[in-house]
Design a protein. Structure first.
Length: 327
């Protein structure tokens, strides 16, 4: 993504942004049109203060206690809709789309749908427009780690008899993945929507589908249809740059034709088995996990990107109805 120029950054800097807690705005991370961390937090918090949802702090940064990964869940427990966004800090459309469509989620909660929402999973990187929380490098081979890296909880790729990694790569990663595992016990994921952007794509969107229904899932096709109605071009066939095949805009196998095992929080939510303290036990086993990947157009067209992801959030009730526990 292009770095915003200083002029653009200054133009985007309104007088209100100089108040305490917003000092990092001078770095220009809101220049692409995204709401500030404080603005997003305030909107998400309305779920708790105005609508009675449970707000939980998953991880607060010790050197900056205002900066925290938070979750909001409905008081009603049970088979749930999970919505996650902002795993990668340079993919702001999802967190902003959720903030702009909270009324849909509030309505669903009133209709009795249990929900867990983690709308800004990587606030530190969001504030820096970085991908990872610990480095501006977007290449993971240069030391960056994902806040959603769940490999230490997932079976190894060979025999599946031990954890894939010895330990979580960072403190926020540990907190987030532990939280997900713990909450999944009382809010078993039936449908997971994880909103990403493909920051290298200037052309087409696509989605990943995981979970026990990955081969027969009407939700994926509907998400693709929704993205298309907002004007996002879809890569319907061919392959990704990672060698995965795309069918109808949906990727549900890796480059070897096996189920996707990328070590992500999405794999964790879909996984039938996990390792806790070295002991194998049943995993969250979500029926449907959809990872939405819309093009980031090199950091431009922010309104279109938010509208595309907003269409997914607005239609969460219909996607929920399409999803089922068993196939
Ligand atoms: Zn991403």
């Amino acid at each position: 993504m292009r770095a915003p120029s200083l002029v653009v950054a200054l133009l985007a800097l309104g007088p209100a942004t100089t108040r305490a807690g917003e000092a990092t705005t001078v770095d220009g991370y809101t220049a692409d049109g995204r709401a500030s961390y404080a603005q997003l937090s305030q909107r998400y918090q309305s779920l708790a203060t105005e609508h009675g949802w449970v707000q939980e702090t998953i991880y607060a940064y010790p050197d900056d206690p205002d900066l925290a990964i938070r979750a909001w869940r409905t008081p009603a427990r049970g088979e749930a809709l999970w919505i996650i966004a902002g795993i990668h800090g340079e993919e702001p459309a999802g967190p902003n789309a959720i903030a702009g469509n909270l009324t849909t989620l509030v309505r669903m909660a009133k209709d009795g749908v249990p929900m867990v929402v983690i709308p800004l999973a990587n606030p530190k990187a969001y504030r820096s427009n970085w991908r990872y929380p610990n480095t501006p490098e977007r290449d993971w081979r240069k030391g960056g780690y994902s806040v959603g890296d769940a490999e230490y909880l997932l079976p190894d790729l060979d025999k599946g008899t031990q954890p894939r990694a010895a330990a979580p790569p960072g403190p926020e990663t540990q907190a987030l993945t532990q939280y997900v595992l713990q909450i999944a016990a009382t809010y078993p994921p039936r449908l997971v929507l994880d909103l990403h952007e493909d920051e290298l794509s200037t052309e087409c969107g696509y989605i990943y589908a995981q979970g026990s229904r990955q081969d027969d899932d009407p939700v994926g096709a509907e998400v693709i249809r929704l993205l298309e109605t907002t004007g996002i071009p879809i890569r319907r066939s061919g392959g990704t740059r990672f060698g995965e095949s795309i069918a109808g805009g949906v990727i549900n196998r890796d480059d070897s034709g096996l189920p996707i095992r990328d070590g992500s929080i999405d794999e964790l939510l879909a996984s039938p088995r996990v390792f806790v303290d070295g002991v194998q036990r049943p995993g969250p086993s979500a029926a449907t996990v959809i990872v939405v990947e819309t093009p980031a157009f090199a950091g431009s067209q922010f309104a279109l990107r938010v509208a595309a992801q907003g269409a997914v959030v607005q239609n969460a009730p219909a996607l929920w109805r399409l999803s089922t526990t068993t196939d």
